[in-house]
Design a protein around this ligand. Structure first.
Ligand code: QV4
Ligand code: CA
Length: 511
């Protein structure tokens, strides 16, 4: 009996950790600020054929519309209610996208903002992206409805009403994050409204949620909300499937609120991962690639089964949240290597970032333009994502997920899924190599000199096509070729001046 209860509890708590990706696909892509119409097409024309398992979408619910600054991307993190019209499109377009992506086996994960509504200074007699009236002075959000009773202000003890000290766990949960009106999630009414919103999306077919600002909500309140969620829609998911939950908690150490306080409830974003890997590839603090031989838990990260990992996200790629060492598309050579390392390594569920470009303007090290929203027309509506003849994206959409090196490593991760990390090699500096069972092998040279080495790949003998410098097309290879002998050994040469100084081969790139 005891054992049964234990199994039931354990099973229940781990049930939110499963991303429910299909067809052996393993990675998620964040299509930041994309329109629903474009995501639907991207699922069909690109993500499914290239092995992407899911998309994280920007918040789909109604939000404030700001003019100063003009339509910043972060207006979508200021909810006005839970009607489903946003800068990315209408409810009908959202529904069509979820259906079409599910029909090609690509899951949709929703960025759920349930800690707060808009900023306290949002205004009176204003209207949301769905046209709903609101009044922040009276804390009146009739489209939900929420009124003054549903906010935390009575519980917050700081002078400003804002979070002033991250060492005080009560402030962090009960005061306002940068003035955002803080919801009283201990109230069953408020929990119910959050759950109704999420359940509507679950019934439409989404596979789970990135839950925003979890550090600012009590784990017990979150557990209560998750407990109210429906199982996933059985049109696309097996009966009894719980939604995938990954919670945004920025834990870089040094604060009393830690990621581990949330990891029983669902996965948690492991922010140390990108911060550390950026430091290693940049060679800051004397870091070297060979120190990655125990990458993962060995570096003080949470257990792999609890982690959602990424090199950069929409905040830290522009200096919000946490920054410094983070690699982004602005440093493409190092970025591709770091993303390659992440996708080759077994740790965590991996998320690839897909960004838009903006005009940076640094004054004293701070980007004055970190607020700029997605490529838009002058009336503020978001532009579509045009696809160039060479498969890249136009109009300021970066589409890192379409970069050959990144896309091919997403496929690599699928091919080696479930295989152990084997045959580690390093030169005690910035050259490393490792395999995944007998299915794939990667070699990286981040030193300022050439790599010339014969290594044990663990792969069956044959000629393989490097999926970084090119790829297998039919029976031809558009990149470098690697021949593996009968003992699984192969000679690698990677010049430090190569455009991309790394090589990756796997059993499906065999010629
Ligand atoms: C400002 C001042 C306040 C002041 C207020 C007065 O900072 O002190 O009281 O004006 O009106 C925007 C502005 C911010 C402004 C606020 C309210 O940038 O200056 O306050 O609006 O008007 C995104 C952006 C924020 C943005 C917010 C809401 O990053 O800049 O704030 O959206 O539009 C912590 C958290 C973590 C968080 C991270 C960024 O622990 O949870 O900071 N990350 C998530 C999201 C992030 C989002 C939020 C949380 C909030 O990933 O994108 O913030 O939903 O580490
Ligand atoms: Ca809160």
């Amino acid at each position: 009996m005891k054992l049964l209860i234990l199994v039931a509890l354990f099973g229940l708590s781990l049930s939110y950790h499963n991303p429910h990706t299909k067809h052996g696909r393993t990675s998620i892509v964040h299509l930041f600020e994309w329109r629903w119409k474009d995501i639907a097409e991207e699922c069909e024309r690109y993500l499914a054929p290239n092995g992407y398992g899911g998309v994280q979408i920007s918040p789909p619910n109604e939000h404030i519309i700001l003019s100063d600054p003009w339509r910043p991307w972060w207006q979508r993190y200021q909810p006005i209610g839970y009607n489903l019209c946003s800068r990315s499109g209408t409810e009908a377009e959202l529904k069509d996208m979820i259906t079409r992506c599910n029909n090609v086996g690509v899951n949709i994960y929703v960025d759920a903002v349930i800690n707060h509504m808009c900023g306290a200074g949002g205004g009176e007699g204003k209207h949301s992206s769905c046209g709903s009236y609101f009044n922040t002075h009276a804390k009146d959000f009739p489209s939900v409805p929420f009124s003054a009773w549903d906010f935390n202000d009575g519980k917050c003890n700081t002078g400003s009403g804002d979070i002033e000290n991250y060492n005080d766990i009560y402030q962090v949960r009960d005061c306002r994050l940068v003035s955002l009106l803080d919801l009283a999630l201990e109230k069953d009414y408020v929990r119910g409204k959050a759950a109704d919103f999420m359940n509507k999306l679950i019934d439409m077919g989404v596979a789970g949620f990135r839950v925003d600002a979890c550090k600012h909500m009590w784990p017990g309140d979150l557990a209560a909300v998750y407990g109210k969620l429906n199982n996933l829609n059985t049109k696309w998911f097996s009966a009894g499937s719980r939604p995938f939950i990954y919670q945004e908690v920025i834990d870089l150490g040094g604060e009393p609120i830690t990621a581990s306080q949330y990891s029983d409830l669902g996965r948690v974003t492991e922010f140390k991962y990108g911060a550390k890997l950026g430091t290693v590839f940049r060679k800051w603090n004397n870091e070297k690639l060979y120190y990655l031989s125990n990458w993962g838990e060995g570096w003080g990260f949470m257990p792999s089964g609890n982690a959602l990992v990424f090199i950069d996200n929409h905040d830290n790629q522009r200096g919000h949240g946490a920054g410094g060492s983070i690699l982004t598309f602005w440093d493409p050579r190092l970025y591709k290597m770091a993303v390659g390392m992440m996708l080759a390594h077994p740790y965590g569920v991996t998320r690839v970032m897909s960004s838009f470009r903006w005009d940076r303007n640094f004054v004293n090290g701070k980007d004055q333009n970190d607020w700029i929203g997605p490529p838009s027309y002058s009336d503020g509506t978001t532009k579509p994502v045009p696809i160039n003849p060479d498969t890249t994206c136009g109009d300021g959409w970066v589409c890192e997920h379409r970069w050959r090196q990144i896309r091919n490593m997403v496929i690599f991760r699928n091919v080696v899924n479930g295989e152990a990390l084997v045959n580690w090699w390093d030169n005690k500096s910035n050259q490393i190599a490792f395999g995944r069972g007998s299915r794939g092998f990667i070699v990286i040279n981040n030193d300022d000199w050439n790599l010339e080495e014969t290594l044990n790949t663990g792969l069956p003998s044959g000629t393989y096509c490097d999926v970084i410098s090119g790829q297998k097309e039919g029976n031809a290879c558009t990149g470098k070729q690697v021949s593996v002998d009968g003992n699984g050994r192969a000679y690698f040469k990677i010049s430090n001046s190569d455009e991309d100084p790394f090589v990756a081969i796997h059993v499906e790139s065999k010629l």
